[in-house]
Design a protein. Structure first.
Length: 331
């Protein structure tokens, strides 16, 4: 059984969490406002480095997030903010990776989430200042490679997750990873209630990972039509395709239709993923809106604080129900 720095994640989050939850990084949608609100509410907030455009804006974002969270901690020593994370796309076509990574080192980003490839030099750079690397994976093969290359923990992206999602059941994916990995493990896939957060823990994950429900918050950098479509959609309104980026992902059916396409008869993709294309990749997410299958639980647009409060209430209710079941109630 392999393990690596299981206490580091615990050290980063000790006394700072209202829920064992990470707000996943969403292209375009996640910015400083959302991340800061998530961290202040007691969950780990994150954003993709590529959201800061042009590249120099990332320096400003990291300064703002770090300073505002430090100010919050000084004002509220009894409930300090959760740490934040920066998502780095390490795919070979991401020409920004070296400059973006250098800024993470400069600002000592507590957690770096790596995606679409595992690179030892990236992990080493984050480890140089004591940061933690969590790598997202869609199957056990990718998980093993990530750990071999020095990642500190894994984010298991199961079926039903928003954006670039896997095809494997969360039950199978967590079980197969836990067969050999005892270190930090996070689970993603249609998580949108406090009960689902607790279920992720019960399956063996340390944290749940969720993004789509945060699109319908005041702090999210999403147009109102996107937020409203999240509120009025459910699992049946999510389309899984590799047409738009070259990698399979989940999108809102209504946005695909609005783009003049038939969601049930989509053409074949004409190329692979390429972050060097810049605007064309951005346009895919700007006009074709990503979402996971758990959006049926989103009933209205609200603040991050209100959403996290709802999740905490549901989490506590689920714990109470389990306690009653453990004392003789039928299961």
């Amino acid at each position: 059984m392999l393990t690596r720095s299981p206490s580091r994640l615990a050290e980063l989050t000790k006394g700072r969490l209202s829920l064992p939850l990470i707000g996943s990084p969403m292209f375009i949608v996640s910015g400083p406002e959302l991340v800061i609100a998530q961290c202040k509410a007691g969950i780990i907030g994150s954003f993709p480095a590529l959201n800061a455009r042009p590249q120099g804006v990332l320096d400003d974002w990291l300064s703002r997030i770090t300073e505002e969270l430090a100010a919050h901690d000084r004002a509220h020593p009894d409930r300090p903010a959760a740490p934040f994370a920066v998502n780095q796309i390490v795919h070979k076509s991401n020409a920004r990776i070296e400059d973006d990574l250098a800024l993470c080192v400069k600002h000592k980003a507590p957690i770096v989430i790596t995606s679409l490839g595992a690179r030892e030099e990236v992990n080493a750079a984050v480890h140089s200042y004591g940061g933690l690397v969590m790598h997202d994976v869609i199957d056990v093969g990718f998980a093993r490679k990530a750990i071999e290359k020095g990642a500190d923990g894994l984010i298991a992206v199961a079926t039903g997750a928003g954006g670039h999602a896997g095809r494997v059941s969360p039950f199978a994916l967590v079980q197969e990873i836990r067969d050999w990995w005892a270190g930090p493990l996070v689970l993603s896939g249609a998580i949108s209630t406090g009960r689902a957060v607790l279920a992720a823990r019960a399956m063996g994950a340390d944290f749940a990972y969720a993004g789509s429900m945060f699109i319908a918050t005041h702090e999210a950098n999403a147009v109102d039509g996107y937020k409203q479509m999240i509120v009025h959609s459910a699992a049946r309104d999510v389309v899984y395709t590799d047409l738009f980026t070259g990698i399979h992902a989940n999108y809102l059916r209504g946005s695909v239709t609005a783009a003049g396409l038939d969601p049930d008869n989509l053409p074949k993709p004409d190329g692979g993923l390429d972050f060097s294309k810049g605007e064309s990749y951005t346009k895919a997410w700007r006009d074709i809106w990503g979402a996971g299958q758990g959006i049926g639980a989103v009933k209205n647009i609200q603040s991050v604080a209100e959403l996290v409060s709802r999740l905490r209430r549901e989490y506590d209710e689920a714990l109470a129900d389990l306690g009653q079941a453990g004392h003789g109630r039928a299961v």
